[in-house]
Design a protein around this ligand. Structure first.
Ligand SMILES: Cc1ncc(COP(=O)(O)O)c(C=O)c1O
Length: 459
């Protein structure tokens, strides 16, 4: 907390108590990790900022957890501490660490070449699997959800001949430049903190609040928006669920304006094997899914409707020759195909989701009971196997409210306190995922740990 911060409480908790918790939990964390601290406590040699990826130091722990191994829903660190993993690589390992079928497929493929810019037998199987599961007829493979979004937006602009896109405040779709805008005091601006961004991103990106049908209608009214890109539930701010009728209005208004609808299911795939869109009958023109789709091997998929494919075919036949701007060299490689096929066929099953959903309901109820018991002004939100506690009253209606609900200092203290009680949740928000490998006992341990931390904060 900064010295200038005059708040006496955050999320209903006295700031002095938060600071005290943070300090004592940091000491406990260190004490349990002498080996890790010796190795990474002062940064890792050779890496800018001491870490190979900058957000490893954004975790609220005093230094990054040095992982020895991860299996199922358990991480073991370099000091032998075991953690029930509810972060699951922020969804990359949502189906569990190294699912057996995926590990087998990787082993099998590893002797047959890892990348060759040509299809394999697994690729032949994947096309129909994607069609059946997600209900769209045409697909492409990329390596990250960021890239898939980028390519899908390129197609949207190509086929509509429009430059602008529209996002909802609080969105995150990966490091896709044009989605990096925010509404601050009602004004569209570049997202604060962007490094090296010299363009005014609001020139080509419109932004309105989620669940605000009137603002959406007004923004689409000029018929100059190529595509609305959104998650069906905002999961990258504090979780915001769609209000009844919002998705119907979104679809009706985009169609009326000749604007395409891109649904990014990278996180909401927690809803079911076909994602939120399939479960709730959304009808996206473009669809993106990354992170867990190949069981943790970097891969993403992006799909399009018959209409978009026809329009893109016509566009492609007439555009000037040259590189489309879509594709990266390692995309659609045989390792991705092998891992993705195993994931789709053997891991992302209806039965697995039914199990995940059951445990997620239990977690939701358990956390809610703790919040109620301590009369904390907090709430729990859930989309399928993704659960989040939010240190503010809810439900939240939009990204603006979500931004205000975010309580970084409090969340950081809780996060480290949970780690010290054997539980890992996502670092930048209080997100918890249930995987097919998560055990009921792990959920119970999380509820118990949360209860102990809440009791300490509320005492
Ligand atoms: C909804 C959504 N889309 C896309 C991405 C980008 O994924 P990646 O970082 O794997 O490119 C994220 C990452 O958190 C996300 O939450």
């Amino acid at each position: 907390m900064q010295a200038s911060d005059s708040r006496t409480s955050i999320g209903g908790i006295d700031v002095a108590r938060i600071a005290e918790l943070r300090e004592s939990e940091a000491a406990t964390f260190r004490k349990a990790r002498p080996n890790s601290e010796a190795k990474v406590g002062n940064g890792m040699a050779g890496f800018l900022g001491g870490v190979p990826m900058h957000w490893m130091t954004d975790w609220p722990t005093p230094f990054p957890i040095l992982v020895e191994s991860a299996k199922g829903a358990t991480i073991t660190d370099a000091d032998g501490n075991m953690l029930d993993d509810f972060c699951l690589g922020d969804t990359g390992s949502m189906l569990g660490h190294s699912p057996a079928a995926v590990a087998r497929a990787i082993r099998r493929q590893s002797g047959r070449g890892l990348t060759y810019m040509l299809p394999s037998e697994d690729a032949i199987a994947i096309g129909p699997l994607l069609q059946q599961r997600f209900g769209l007829p045409y697909w492409q493979i990329a390596t990250t959800a960021t890239d898939a979004n980028r390519f899908a937006l390129r197609v949207a602009r190509a086929v509509t001949g429009r430059e602008k896109i529209l996002v909802f405040n609080g969105c995150y779709h990966g490091s896709v430049d044009e989605t990096m805008v925010r509404l601050i005091d009602g004004k569209p601006v570049n997202r604060p903190g962007l490094a090296g961004e010299f363009r005014d991103l609001t020139r080509a990106t419109k932004i309105v609040e989620f669940n605000d049908i009137g603002a959406l209608e007004a923004a689409l009214g000029n018929r100059d928006v190529a595509c609305v890109i959104t998650e069906p539930v905002l999961t990258n701010s504090c979780m915001v669920l769609p209000e009844p009728g919002f998705h119907d209005a979104l679809r009706r208004l985009t169609r009326a304006a000749g604007t395409l609808l891109l649904i990014d299911e990278t996180h909401t795939i927690s809803t079911g094997p076909g994602g939120y869109a399939r479960k709730h009958g959304l009808e996206p023109d473009l669809f993106v899914l990354g992170k867990p789709v190949a069981g943790g091997v970097p891969a993403s998929i992006w799909g399009m409707s018959e209409d978009v494919a026809a329009l893109y075919g016509a566009y492609d036949r007439t555009k000037e020759p040259g590189y489309s701007g879509m594709g990266t060299t390692l995309s659609a490689n045989p390792l991705q195909f092998a891992a993705m096929r195993a994931t789709l066929e053997e891991v992302m099953t209806e039965a697995a989701y039914a199990y995940m959903d059951g445990l997620a309901r239990r977690l939701d109820a358990g956390l809610t009971a703790v919040i109620d018991r301590h009369r904390l002004p907090w709430h729990v939100a859930r989309v399928g196997a993704r659960v989040e506690f939010i240190c503010a009253p809810g439900p939240l209606r939009n990204g603006g409210e979500a931004e205000k609900a975010h309580a970084p200092e409090l969340e950081a203290a809780i996060h480290v306190a949970l780690v010290n009680r054997g539980v890992l949740i996502a670092p930048f928000h209080n997100m918890m995922l249930i995987s097919p490998a998560t055990k009921a006992a792990q959920v119970s341990r999380l509820i118990t740990a949360f209860s102990a931390v809440a009791a300490r904060l509320a005492a």
